[in-house]
Design a binder for this molecule. Structure first.
Ligand code: PLP
Length: 394
């Protein structure tokens, strides 16, 4: 076959997403859309905040000649200045526009960072459970993923395991907090200790903080600053989740202001943005998000759904850690084989994603970017699936 064998294998590995999508189509056709409980997708269902329409109108009204032209590969200076101001508030450290680069979502940003950092054979530590695309992004740039589990009790950092995984080839570590799929937020003390561990390595190890869920937090939790915890850190984020704009593909990279070799790093990332084929982040939506700094979707809606989902799962005797942020729950699978349990859920017309899709078997992920009513009505199915699992044994 002429096409890449590696890509064929990758497509087979990530077939869970396609499988659940196809299962959803089949179940909806058979039972009607209202009778399918699809919790498989992390696609925000809330509309963008009300400020979005006004910001868009304003951006259109202000558009001058050249508004749709090529621009500096790092993005509009005015937008980067506005983003730098907001990140300075979030990270408790002053950033300027020179420390910010606009990207094609967080996905684009992660690829730019990895392209800029990795030489062939460099290792990137990834913490399980993880956003499934990390492995592919690392491979895109010749790197090798080294998987380290978080602690099973609460998905907090296993610092000893991280320290043990560091070797001469380690170039970077990716943390994602609030986490997809666990909903965990790493505490300031954990990050500080992680910073100390990374500092002990003879080579520079970069800490890449993937933070698209930073503003989706519950019970007044705050996401601590990675910039304060560690000098060689970069934040990658987007407006996909907190402004409900995933299809617009807009995000950014910010670098810790005191990172060594900063000018060269920014220069190389700007080049990576160009040669990966992004060229620059989309013009119009850059100008729109530049006007929406500090604005977030109504997270009280997600908080209400999280509470509802926790009630439904508790009533059916599932074991889980209540998420502190993001919009996912990652309960334990009542069967050791999580894909088999996903099959039992599908018999109840409930769609979730098995933990093996996130590098951690024995769990499953439920996304709550769906109407409250869907969560409430799924209670009967969750109980029935638990009973079926109990009679199937482990
Ligand atoms: C943890 C994590 N990182 C990155 C992304 C990619 O986000 P974006 O749409 O901004 O590219 C996602 C999307 O679901 C995610 O969950």
């Amino acid at each position: 076959m002429a096409i890449s064998k590696k890509m064929i294998a990758f497509a087979a590995q990530s077939s869970w997403i396609r499988k659940m999508f196809e299962e959803g189509v089949r179940l909806r056709a058979e039972h009607g859309a209202e009778n399918v409980f699809d919790f498989s997708l992390g696609n925000p269902d809330l509309p963008p905040p009300v400020q979005f329409d006004a910001a868009l109108q304003e951006a259109i009204a202000e558009a001058e000649s050249g508004a749709h032209s090529y621009m500096p590969n790092s993005g509009y200076p005015a937008v980067r200045t506005a983003v730098a101001r907001q990140i300075s508030r979030e990270q408790g450290m002053t950033l300027s526009l020179d420390e910010v680069l606009m990207t094609v979502g967080a996905a684009g940003g992660l690829n730019v960072v990895l392209k800029a950092l990795l030489d062939p054979g460099d290792e990137v530590i990834i913490l399980a459970p993880f956003f499934v695309e990390y492995n592919f992004y690392v491979d895109n740039h010749g790197g090798i993923s080294k998987i380290v589990n978080t602690k099973k009790a609460d998905f907090s950092l296993d610092l000893d395991a991280i320290a043990a995984a560091i070797g001469p080839q380690t170039k970077a570590l990716i943390v994602n907090s609030p986490n997809n799929p666990s909903g965990q937020i790493y505490a300031a003390a954990e990050l500080a200790e992680l910073g100390e561990i990374l500092n002990k390595a003879p080579q520079t190890i970069y800490l890449i903080a993937d933070e698209p869920y930073r503003k989706i937090v519950y019970d007044h939790h705050l996401v601590p600053s990675v910039f304060k915890a560690y000098r060689h850190s970069l934040v990658v984020s987007s407006y996909s989740k907190d402004l409900s704009l995933p299809g617009e593909r807009i995000g950014y990279i910010a670098v810790q202001p005191e990172i060594t070799g900063k000018a060269q790093l920014i220069n190389v990332m700007t080049m990576a943005n160009r040669i990966l084929g992004f060229v620059n982040a989309p013009a119009m939506i850059q100008r729109v998000v530049g006007k929406m700094q500090g604005v977030t979707v109504d997270t009280a809606i997600y908080a209400r759904r999280r509470d509802l989902f926790c009630q439904v799962l508790r009533a059916a005797s599932y074991q889980f850690v209540s998420p502190k942020g993001a919009f996912y729950i990652f309960p334990q699978s009542p069967l050791a084989d999580d894909t088999r349990f996903i099959g039992l859920l599908a018999q109840q017309r409930i769609l979730g994603v098995p933990g093996c899709g996130f590098g951690m078997t024995g769990y499953f992920r439920l996304a709550f970017c769906v109407e409250d009513d869907l969560i409430t009505r799924s209670a009967v199915g969750f109980k029935a699936a638990m009973l079926a699992a109990e009679s199937a044994g482990t």
